[in-house]
Design a binder for this molecule. Structure first.
Ligand code: HEC
Ligand code: HEC
Length: 234
């Protein structure tokens, strides 16, 4: 090894711990493909209407970068880049479409991109969804084909209340049923829980989960979730 190479390696080793990328999370490596801005508020959108926005992504490095993958936290959101290869200092736009069916109040969606080195960047979208009784919501359900993969199928074959809750309820009621887009579920009697989960609340925000009403859960699975929820307060 010549002296230049040795010096180079030494410099890299010295530079690593004080790299400017190391923010609050010193171990997290961020992609040089950065969302600008990282947070976007879409304002107020009536439920049922598709929300479309464009997010700007800048290549902050001095090398060409490639977008390999883009993921949205909920499958109701799609994200498509205009170009995947971005020159140093250049920009691309990502078209984001959010299906607002069954959304209510304050909604937050995360978009994560991954570059060719496996590093990622994240953008957050916030919006306020207003209830619109006149929207063409029709007979749609969160258990329909494009949504069932995440909102129904994960319950298949599960028998434990905790696992079932984590699979198909927590996304709306919070991990410990503390409330999220759906209400807090503590302090409910087991019987009442069983009734509501079976029949739903009469609107599409909280549909009937029982198989006999088109939902994904068996009577035994509903009983298991109700027992688990009622026991949270003991
Ligand atoms: C790839 C898995 C996946 C698919 C497919 C999916 N969702 Fe979701 N959904 C989630 C996750 C995870 C959450 C939790 C909130 C989050 O991370 O965005 C969620 C949350 C929700 C919520 C409540 C929270 C909020 O964002 O308001 C609603 C309502 C919802 N989804 C509706 C739908 C509808 C309607 C479809 C079909 C058009 C759908 N989802 C498809 C994974 C999915
Ligand atoms: C797509 C989001 C979503 C999913 C998934 C969901 N819920 Fe709900 N849930 C809601 C919303 C929103 C309400 C309030 C509905 C209303 O006011 O009519 C609600 C209401 C309820 C209530 C009535 C609470 C009260 O105090 O009136 C119970 C109980 C409940 N959900 C249990 C569950 C269980 C158990 C699961 C999983 C099997 C589940 N929910 C899955 C959104 C969801």
């Amino acid at each position: 090894m010549n002296i230049v190479a040795a010096l180079f390696i030494l410099l890299c080793a010295l530079a690593a711990p004080i790299s400017p990328q190391a923010g609050e999370q010193p171990t997290a490596q961020h992609s040089p493909l950065v969302f600008e801005p990282a947070q976007t508020d879409l304002g107020t959108i009536p439920e049922g209407k598709k929300a479309v926005t464009y997010l700007r992504v800048r290549n902050s490095s001095d090398q060409m970068q490639q977008i390999i993958d883009i993921q949205a936290s909920c499958g109701c959101t799609t994200a498509e880049p205009e170009t995947r290869l971005i020159m140093p200092g250049d920009f691309t736009r990502i078209k984001v479409t959010i299906d607002t069916f069954a959304k209510q109040n304050h909604v937050q969606k995360r978009i994560t991109l991954t570059d060719a080195h496996g590093l990622s960047s994240e953008a957050t979208l916030t919006m306020r969804i207003t209830r619109s009784p006149h929207a063409a919501i029709g007979n749609r359900s969160i258990f329909d084909a494009p949504c069932a993969r995440c909102h129904a199928e994960p319950a298949q074959g599960k028998t434990e209340g905790a696992a079932l809750f984590a699979a198909v309820c927590a996304m709306c009621h919070g991990k410990q049923a503390e409330g999220a887009s759906g209400p807090n579920l503590h302090h409910h009697a087991r019987q009442a829980l069983q009734q509501i989960i079976t029949h739903g609340t009469g609107n599409h925000y909280m549909p009937a989960f029982a198989r006999r009403y088109g939902g994904p859960l068996t009577t035994e699975q509903i009983a298991a979730i109700s027992r688990w929820l009622a026991a949270l307060d003991e």
